[in-house]
Design a binder for this molecule. Structure first.
Ligand code: G4P
Length: 526
């Protein structure tokens, strides 16, 4: 098979949702279709039971588990599908955001009863910045929930998407009878627990056909006709080009736990979802079809066993063919590297691979050479763009608690920051170090890992900060003046970029007003 065919086969995507909407359940059903797992519960049993107060041992366990579930690949109807896990826990937000840089499209899962929730909003915002094509799956139709049209309004308003339903529910909760598949013009009748049979799918090209009453009853049939009429009036026709450009999101309805509507979703997905897309680098656009291999690291996982300091760096292949035991260029370090044991994640199993193609993710064993965003190529110097660091919202001073272990602390902090666990800032004025995170739990994780993996101890001191923003200015004189005037609020990030550490929303506003020439960014992109 040539590289073009390999690329055409691949679909690499992520499922995003607010916790509890059904992401794990849907993933599992997709894996069942692909024959990647044989029994329901295989993914699920890995999942942490969520509790109101998640203690940080959860995170430790999650770290172990998420290596296994980071990428799940399976074959379906001649396609190779790579699902990238986007951890749903609140405190994993940064990791999740970064995973979105390695996918070509996403499926957003929404709970019919809860509608659009906070985490979904945040994640979709990131997808929209990147024009990632989005399919929406409204889940749990076997339960009472919001009216279909109200939900679509909410999706449009809160997520800023233009939507068009490709299936439409017939009742919900106790009265849920199935969906009408507007894409294939078929009636799919619901029966619980995935016991759908062939007879439950009926070709129905014309809904005015009086046969409809036989299947779903008089009132629901009338309602369905009226609603599909409204859909035609209100929503645009599905257009694949608009979807691929991130301008139109098709919507499906179903019930993941009952395996209802999942096959329709998957069948449509493989038809319309993009094959591996070109990637932007600082130097040029990289096309997947290029002969020369290139890829970038979007996620790094520490080994769970503290005795083995090695880590797994997850690399997305962007162009060419990746081969085992071949000399490649680690661009940032400007040196050649070989990978004797690249790992792929097929059918929920890890195995060593000899080759991989654009869209694939390989796990590289790493003894500390990689940082998030690093590129690997056949020789060309390329820096992939769009791997964001987000403005942290929780801050603490970090101090060495064991003077004999200063070196270990410095090394541990450096490596954890490279993994993207949190961000480290150094104050201009006194050189004190501040850790910034998206979620408060990360502080415990850092302390724990420093102790167990590096033998270092740290102490946190409170610091009163509202936000860290990256600052730039075209006018170097003005910038100098700004940095001098705000000296006590200035710091640098780990790359040496200047950062304004705002004490409050008010200080930030004042700084922005007083220095209109300075650009304040809440996200730094590599
Ligand atoms: P997440 O990964 O997005 O956090 O969600 P997950 O799949 O774990 O689903 C959250 C809960 O919603 C689970 O129940 C799951 O069984 C349930 N669920 C998923 N899809 C559907 C659906 O279509 N209909 C209904 N009624 N429920 C659904 P749980 O009680 O938290 O876990 P479990 O005891 O079922 O394992």
């Amino acid at each position: 098979m040539d590289i073009q065919q390999e690329i055409n086969k691949r679909r690499t995507f992520g499922i995003v949702s607010h916790p509890d909407a059904g992401k794990t359940t849907l993933t599992e059903k997709l894996l069942l279709f692909g024959g990647a797992i044989q029994v329901a519960g295989a993914v699920k049993s890995n999942k942490i039971k969520k509790s109101a107060t998640s203690d940080f041992m959860d995170i430790e366990r999650q770290r172990g588990i998420s290596v296994a579930t980071s990428v799940m690949a399976f074959n379906y109807k001649g396609r190779k599908i790579n699902i990238l896990d986007t951890p749903g826990h609140k405190d994993f937000a940064e990791d999740t955001y970064r995973t979105l840089t390695a996918v070509d499209s996403v499926i957003v899962v929404i709970d019919v009863a809860k509608g659009v929730e906070e985490q979904t909003e945040k994640l979709v915002k990131v997808c929209r910045m990147r024009n990632t094509p989005i399919i929406v799956f409204i889940n749990k139709l076997d339960r009472e929930g919001l009216d279909g049209f109200d939900l679509l309004d909410e999706v449009e308003q809160k997520l800023g998407l233009t939507v068009t339903p490709l299936s439409w529910p017939i009742g919900m909760g106790q009265r849920f009878q199935g969906v009408y598949n507007l894409y294939e013009r078929k009636l799919n009748l619901f029966s619980a627990h995935g016991k759908q049979s062939e007879e439950d799918t009926i070709e129905f090209s014309d809904l005015s056909n009086p046969e409809l009453e036989k299947y779903i009853g008089d009132a629901p049939a009338a309602e369905l006709r009226e609603e599909t009429h409204m859909i035609e009036e209100v929503y645009p026709d599905f257009d694949k080009k608009d979807y691929l450009e991130g301008n139109l999101s098709p919507v499906f309805f179903g019930s993941a736990i009952n395996n209802f509507g999942v096959k329709e979703l998957l069948d449509c997905f493989i038809e319309i979802a993009p094959t591996p897309l070109p990637r932007v680098t600082e130097e040029r656009m990289v096309d997947p079809l290029e002969d020369q291999f290139s890829g970038f690291v979007f996620k790094i996982h520490a080994n769970m066993d503290p005795k083995h300091r090695d880590r797994i760096a997850f690399m997305r292949i962007c162009s060419g063919k990746f081969e085992r035991n071949t000399n490649y260029l680690h661009v940032r370090q400007n040196r050649k590297m070989k990978f004797p044991n690249p790992t792929a994640f097929m059918a929920a199993k890890k195995s060593v691979v000899d080759e991989a193609y654009p869209g694939d993710i390989v796990g590289l064993y790493d003894s500390g050479n990689f940082k998030i965003g690093d590129s690997v190529t056949e020789g060309e110097v390329l820096h992939f763009k769009g791997i964001p660091s987000f403005s942290p919202e929780q801050f603490r001073y970090v101090e060495n608690a064991d003077p004999m272990k200063a070196k270990q602390l410095a090394k541990g902090l450096e490596q954890l920051m490279d993994e993207g666990v949190a961000q480290l800032f150094t104050k201009d004025l006194d050189g004190r170090k501040i850790i910034g995170t998206v979620g408060a739990l990360q502080f415990d994780v850092i302390q724990y890992r420093l102790k167990h993996e590096y033998g270092a101890s740290c102490r946190y001191d409170p610091v009163n900060l509202h936000k860290a923003c990256w600052v730039t200015c075209d006018d170097s004189e003005k910038f100098k003046e700004f940095r001098n005037r705000r000296k006590r609020d200035m710091a640098v990030d780990k790359h040496g970029n200047p950062v304004f550490m705002a004490e409050s929303a008010w200080t930030l506003k004042m700084a922005q007003e007083n220095f209109p020439e300075v650009e304040f960014r809440f996200k730094s992109e590599k």
